[in-house]
Write a protein that binds this ligand. Sequence first.
Ligand code: ARG
Length: 400
Amino acid sequence: MEKKVHVFSEIGKLKSVLVHRPGDEVENLTPEYLERLLFDDVPFKKVAIEEHNKFTSLIRENGAEVLYIEELVAETLDQNPKIKEAFVDQFINEASVRKDLVKPFKDFLMKMTNLDMAVKMIAGTKKLELGITNDADKYPFIADPLPNVLFQRDPFASIGNGVTMHHMWSVTRNRETIFPDLVFKNHKRFAGNVPYFYERDWKDFIEGGDILVLNSETLIIGVSQRTSMAAIEKASKQIFKEGSYNKILVLDLPKSRAFMHLDTVFTNVDYDKFIVHPLIFDSIDQFKIFELSKDGKKEIKKPLVDVLSEATGYKVQLIKCGGEDPIAAGREQWNDGTNVLTIAPGVVIAYERNWVTIDLLEKAGVKVIKTPSSELSRGRGGPRCMTMPIIREDLPKKSS
Ligand SMILES: NC(=[NH2+])NCCC[C@H](N)C(=O)O
């Protein structure tokens, strides 16, 4: 199978996926920085790494290649030594490093191996590490940590054979897209073969947690706290022109942190099955559905389940995260109960803590592979958020 980007569904057998194993960045957090850095707690690194290793070994055991963003960055720089300095300059510039620290920080990074440097860029650098102990300014970092690199779902999205490279909603997360942008433009495996449907320096914000590749004709994208309608409309022009797509269903969600992305309330787990938060299920009136096509945008005034049945060609079943119990629904949604990674039609990896939702999925005939999540869940992201598929097998064409 070709090695570039190939993702024409949310459920086709997963063959290659991008992740980041948590590192020192999750220990470069204190309560006062959590809100700005968009992390909800301070994970115990040792256990977070063990949990992540377990998660990736489950993916491998099920037949997919696991790629690490920090390794791809290092390989890209190994293959193209001439671009290293410009990349370091760009990183320093985007990290808003204080003027007088630019030179020592650049020397510090340039001396490292490419892999150590990529890992360090994600981890953040403390003034202490450069021997600065009595700075008048008490802010401890030269460059902030990037704890949300754990969530590879968001900085870009694989759509068909191309990607949308995102302008992310927050200043802190927007720095993350420098890594995949470097890789897709310069790594031998991808360079010249991955069309962009969105660029990181376009102004409207969009994030991968809102993008769901339903099949080879239809995408579903959420308008959320993180993704604006303007960005979707802009991306749609490129996608309709260069991709195989002719339709984007837009779900206009309530804008809040608990529902920051579409995949915190909605995921596709089988040909005819979606897992949804009761909010979507019960309050269909609280959000609007639009259809974008080459002919423009129109509102669709039909229940979500009918819209999905039409788009998939199956009689769609919606499975409620947390079932009928509003406490279980609220708790499990907060811990990413809807945020499962589908690794083949009807087979998902889920956080084992969300047992009410897991039980309902199993009753609906979905195979659930459980993965531990005490520490991984502290950043508010689940198995889907932690992964960006690079290759999925195509789904068989539906005969009827
Ligand atoms: N696709 C997702 N739901 N990603 C979750 C990202 C969580 C992350 N802490 C943030 O606020 O951005």
